[in-house]
Write a protein that binds this ligand. Structure first.
Ligand code: SF4
Ligand code: SF4
Ligand code: SF4
Length: 876
């Protein structure tokens, strides 16, 4: 509680004189004034306790006091607290304290109160009249007060929502400017200027509530919304009082002053400069045309100028020299020039949003912060707040949660040029995607039963490809087909993959037991997952080469078991498909090549942010008629509106099933468009890309060693074979890195050439290796496919005799038809594949690099060199 000494307040005089005889007024008022003490009560602070006997006269100046009993007693401005108990000398029945904010009271201590009452007997009579209903003029006074607050209410600004958040030099400077304006004792006008979405009205509110006028009312008027009625609203018209008259010495905030009707600009200028205004003659409410700016007067003669003590604050998105020159200018910097503040703002907003939605404490991951910092926020703080609000809507759980980057999406991601939604002309396709058949029935009514038999065949059946139907399927069908599908349907294999079906079976069983599965450790798997899967893939490739997996059935079976075990273990502990999103080596390869696809699944971000409040596509949830089905949400924790590439979408169509707004589009697009537009490059993904290129060379190791004039017997002993294979797998990445280094060196040298002028010699840096190296991707895909075309075209067509051989009918199977082509067709297709891959790689390199060919020469030569070497190995 804060106590101030004070001269007798005008307010008290007004209240008390309203009910006393004029002759007694001044003397009684003076006596009260001399005795009064002012106290400020903070929110919730008690002034009286139950069972206490009240002896002081206590009046409310502003704010509100409330009792604790039901119904509570309420005392507002001008009212005497517990007057009845005071007069009757009774104990009060409840605690009484400030409610709804701080309150100011006047207290006349018991001794002074008794002395005044003895000296002025009218006071006791007056108080009895007030206490027992004879309110008379006091009621009138209160009514006037109520009218004032009622008129102000639609415009009142309660308090600023927050201060200036952030520690950048811009935020620091803004805080300083606001503080200086708040401390301006002359109460000069302030002009707050900045782009949309910068919460300029909040900055203005900070000026008012940081000043010593903070207890005066602050009213806000939107000049754009008020239109031609602005002058009538502010100054009054006819008999109607204007806002300035009600506001008194408060603060007037003119929002969007750059949009004020031009006809009002002169009057606003006068108000800001001199504090003068004149009410209009007619009310704009009854006039269809804008009220003329003619001052009202008694007889239609001269203007009736009035003076307003109100302080004027203005906000604007554009410069308004006529007003700005009369005020202190505060410029609010856009968010894009102070990205250092984004993290602080985002953390604040996500905590607020989580609290509003009744969620537990929410924290942002480092990746999420980086993701936000990479965006320019054209709509500034408002946009950031709505993004965080949307993100919080997608969170679930009852423990503290880490907010991953996947729950953010930005409006600018929707670039629909050259994209064509296939679901409109092909409604049957949409019906399939929304049906239980895709992929639930396929997975759990078919594959779940066939897969164990397949693995058993590999483990216990004949061990070579000519006699094991399973091995033939594995290496001659599955592996080539998976590469053929990438450019068309990206990662669709993962929608029907048997490895994960068993992961899901485990997970469903655990959930049925009532187990609460763990949340993903986003930070660590995001950081180490891609490297883990690369290392696992590298190990598998060495294993495949040295132990000849394509011709050793039980080892191929073990490979499947290992990947399935990974999926099952992760699903045992963690929710959804952690293994598929971050750890599976096949999934990593699928996600990478899916970026080349000519199709994509996306949601329209505008519909998601404008029409959706459930985000069932991401979170999962119950049925939302008429279209939304009950689902568990995206198994990979991807939101279809924020996908920037195909890496983390397996086309399982859970989101399409869940969306009640029919907002999913399965689109045809320019193949690989992600790679030069929105995709996020990953170092570990590039390592995987070059390892896969190395794998094609490793598959032809004896020829390669021969070409390099090395002893082909190196590949005979296990140890050297492992070492050489590993080196060959790693070599293409090193060569590509070297080529990039050469390009950088050439750039640097050209900048130092003696003939280069200052401007010309300035080094223009190319794209970093991390981005540019994705240009190799078509070649790696084409090289791998060219390698697997050989078993696909030369062996897959023998499936019938191989099946017969598997069941011990080899002799009989010799008569079964086969479909294999002679080597020339395969060679032709392999050559075409390689040349196309090389050409696409060159074009993609140019597109990503966005530089002249000459500047990209080392990388282009590397592409051609890799192609030539593949050609000699695949087409000897
Ligand atoms: S990521 Fe791996 S386990 Fe998951 S669905 Fe794809 S291939 Fe199967
Ligand atoms: S895709 Fe559908 S369910 Fe998901 S956020 Fe958008 S509108 Fe909502
Ligand atoms: S975004 Fe949709 S289709 Fe893609 S993985 Fe998630 S739920 Fe499946």
């Amino acid at each position: 509680m804060v106590t101030e000494s004070h001269s007798f307040p005008t307010f008290a005089r007004w209240r008390v004189t309203g009910v006393t005889k004029p002759s007694a007024t001044s003397a009684l008022s003076r006596a009260l004034a001399e005795a009064v003490q002012i106290e400020i009560l903070l929110e919730g602070e008690k002034i009286l306790r139950a069972e206490q006997r009240i002896t002081d006269l206590i009046l409310v100046k502003d704010g509100r006091l409330r009792g604790t009993e039901q119904p509570p007693t309420n005392s507002g401005p001008g009212e005497v607290v517990a007057l009845r108990d005071l007069l009757l000398g009774e104990r009060i029945k409840e605690d009484i304290g400030a409610a709804g904010g701080q309150a100011t009271i006047w207290r006349i201590p018991e001794k002074a109160f008794r002395a005044i009452a003895r000296q002025y007997p009218d006071l006791s009579l007056l108080l009895f009249q007030v206490a027992f209903g004879a309110t008379g003029a006091l009621t009138q006074a209160l009514q006037d007060d109520a009218t004032k607050w009622q008129s102000l209410r639609p415009f009142l600004v309660a308090s600023p929502k927050r201060g200036i958040i952030g520690n950048s030099k811009y935020a620091t400077r803004l805080r300083k400017e606001i503080l200086e304006a708040a401390r301006d004792t002359s109460r000069g006008a302030v002009f707050v200027f900045g782009e949309p979405g910068l919460e300029k009205d909040e900055a203005a509110a900070l000026v008012h509530f940081g000043s010593r006028d903070r207890r005066e009312p602050m009213a806000r008027v939107d000049c754009e919304r008020a239109g031609d009625g602005l002058a009538a609203e502010l100054f009054g018209a006819g008999s109607r009082q204007g806002l300035l008259a009600w506001l008194g010495a408060g603060t007037l905030l003119l929002n969007n002053v750059h949009r004020a009707a031009p006809s009002t600009l002169g009057a606003l200028q006068r108000l800001v400069r001199d504090g003068n205004y004149s009410p209009l003659r007619t009310s704009s409410r009854v006039s269809s045309s804008p009220p003329p700016l003619i001052p009202a007067d008694e007889d239609g003669g001269e203007a009736a100028w009035q003076s307003s003590p109100a302080r004027i604050l203005m906000t604007s998105e554009q410069r308004v020299p006529d007003l700005e020159s009369l005020a202190t200018l505060i410029k609010v910097p856009p968010l894009r020039v102070r990205p250092g503040d984004i993290a602080d703002l985002a953390r604040y907003f996500v905590r607020q949003a989580a609290r509003r939605k009744g969620l537990p404490q929410a924290n942002l991951t480092e990746e999420a912060i980086r993701h936000l910092e990479s965006y320019t926020f054209p709509n500034n703080i408002k946009e950031l707040e709505s993004i965080l609000d949307r993100a919080a809507s997608q969170l679930t759980g009852d423990k503290a949660v880490q907010v991953p980057e996947d729950v953010f999406w930005f409006a600018t991601q929707a670039q629909d040029r050259f994209r064509w939604n296939l679901l409109r002309p092909l409604p049957l396709l949409q019906r399939l995607f929304r049906s239980k058949l895709w992929p639930e029935d396929i997975n759990f009514k078919f594959t779940a039963f066939v897969y164990p038999a397949f693995v058993a065949l590999l483990l216990f059946g004949p061990q070579d490809r000519a006699h094991n139907f399973g091995l033939n399927l594995f290496w001659c069908y599955w592996w080539p087909l998976i590469f053929i599908v990438y450019p068309f349907l990206g990662r669709i294999w993962c929608a029907v993959c048997p490895f994960m079906i068993y992961g899901e079976i485990v997970q469903r069983w655990r959930l049925a037991q009532g187990v609460v599965l763990r949340k993903w450790p986003h930070k660590s798997v995001g950081e180490w997952g891609p490297w883990f899967l690369w290392a696992l893939f590298l190990a598998i490739l060495v294993w495949e080469e040295v132990w000849d997996l394509p011709d050793t059935a039980y080892l191929s079976g073990w490979l499947l078991i290992i990947i399935t075990a990974g999926a099952m273990v992760c699903s045992w502990f963690f929710e959804r498909r952690l293994w598929c999103r971050h750890l599976c080596p096949i999934g990593g390869m699928n996600g990478m090549f899916a970026k080349l696809s000519m199709t994509e699944l996306r949601a329209q971000p505008g519909v998601c942010s404008g029409n959706c409040s459930t985000y069932h596509c991401y979170k999962g949830g119950p049925e939302e008629p008429p279209l939304g089905q009950e689902t568990g949400g995206c198994p990979l924790y991807s939101h279809p509106a924020q996908l920037t590439d195909n890496r983390n979408c397996v086309l399982c169509m859970e989101c399409d099933k869940a969306c009640p707004h029919d907002n999913l589009e399965f689109r045809l697009r320019v193949p690989g468009v992600d790679l030069w537009s929105t995709h996020k490059p990953l170092t570990a993904e590039l390592a995987l890309l070059f390892t896969l290129l190395g794998a094609v060379y490793v598959h032809h190791l004896p020829q390669l060693l021969q070409q390099l004039r090395l002893d082909p017997d190196l590949a005979q002993a296990q140890g050297p074979h492992i070492a050489v294979s590993t080196l060959v797998l790693l070599a293409p990445g090193c060569i590509a890195l070297g080529a990039h280094g050469l390009a950088e060196l050439a750039d640097a040298m050209s900048a130092l050439m003696p003939g280069a002028t200052a401007g010309q010699g300035k080094r223009v840096r190319g794209k970093p290796f991390l981005e540019l190296a994705y240009g190799y991707m078509p070649l790696v895909w084409a090289g791998t496919l060219a390698h697997y075309l050989l078993p696909f075209l030369g062996e897959a067509g023998r499936i019938l005799p191989v099946t017969a051989a598997t069941v011990g009918l080899e002799e009989w199977g010799g008569g079964l038809p086969v479909l294999v082509e002679d080597g020339s067709v395969t060679a032709f297709l392999q050559g075409t594949c390689l040349l196309s891959g090389a050409a696409l790689s060159l074009l993609l390199t140019r597109k990503i690099g966005a530089r002249p060919w000459a500047r990209l020469a080392p990388q282009c030569l590397a592409v051609l060199g890799f192609t030539a070497e593949l050609w000699t190995l695949l087409l000897p």
